[in-house]
Write a protein that binds this ligand. Structure first.
Ligand code: A4P
Ligand code: MG
Length: 186
């Protein structure tokens, strides 16, 4: 009897070309935040494998643990051939093109792009990773209305590994008036 070749665990980052389904969180509260988010969504679509891109509506909310004008937020879902750190590089390059500065933690910003979840089609619902550059799932995604509201609109039956079902997490944050978000028209 031959021993079967062990298959790697589902949390192993995919090889280039294989592809992983990821959710990206977008946020902005400096400059024309709505225009920035629309332009950034177009840039994310250009990173996506053909036909895989979906985006939520735009949502407005007061800053949470941050300051400055109200934020505009959205979530995008796409398939990418990039490994997690290469995806982060690509997102940070987009942030830089939109004039992102980092004077201090949680400072107001022209554009923030976070990898919320990576490889959600895996058996265990997504990659779990923690190193000096990247934590997956994003450690605060499960706690924030401005993430969960657009995430639930795109992925109502989703689960954040280690945190719970997106709809249950959303029901919890909706109890907090400080986390109120509202969908923007147009
Ligand atoms: N990093 C680690 N894991 C990740 C990940 N999954 N995705 C590292 C992206 N980056 C990740 O991020 C700091 C470092 O986190 C990066 O260098 C990367 O290597 P950053 O974007 O420079 O700083 P940040 O945005 O202040 O940090 P972070 O963690 O994105 O902040 P949060 O927790 O997302 O909070 N209120 C409203 N209403 N709307 C908002 O969008 N955003 C924040 C930022 C606070 N309050 C807000 C909003
Ligand atoms: Mg960020």
């Amino acid at each position: 009897m031959t021993t079967p070749t062990p298959t790697p665990p589902a949390t192993t980052p995919p090889e280039a070309g294989q592809g992983a389904t990821v959710f990206i969180g977008l946020g902005a509260n400096l400059g024309d935040a709505r225009a920035t988010l629309r332009a950034a969504l177009a840039e994310l679509e250009a990173l996506a494998q053909a036909g895989s891109f979906r985006a939520s509506a735009l949502y407005a909310s007061a800053p949470v643990d941050s300051s400055g004008p109200d934020y505009v937020n959205a979530v995008a879902c796409l398939r990418t051939p990039r490994a997690p750190h290469a995806l982060l590089d690509a997102l940070q390059a987009i942030e830089q093109r939109f004039g992102r500065e980092r004077p201090y933690r949680n400072a107001p910003r022209t554009l923030d792009l976070d990898v919320l979840l990576f490889g959600v089609e895996g058996d265990d619902g997504g990659l779990r990773l923690h190193d000096e550059r990247l934590t997956l799932p994003h450690p605060r995604a499960a706690l924030r209305g401005f993430v969960l509201e657009p995430l639930a609109a795109l992925w109502p039956d989703g689960t954040i590994p280690g945190a719970g079902r997106v709809v249950d997490l959303l029901a919890l944050v909706r109890r907090d008036p400080a986390q109120r978000v509202h969908q923007l028209g147009g």
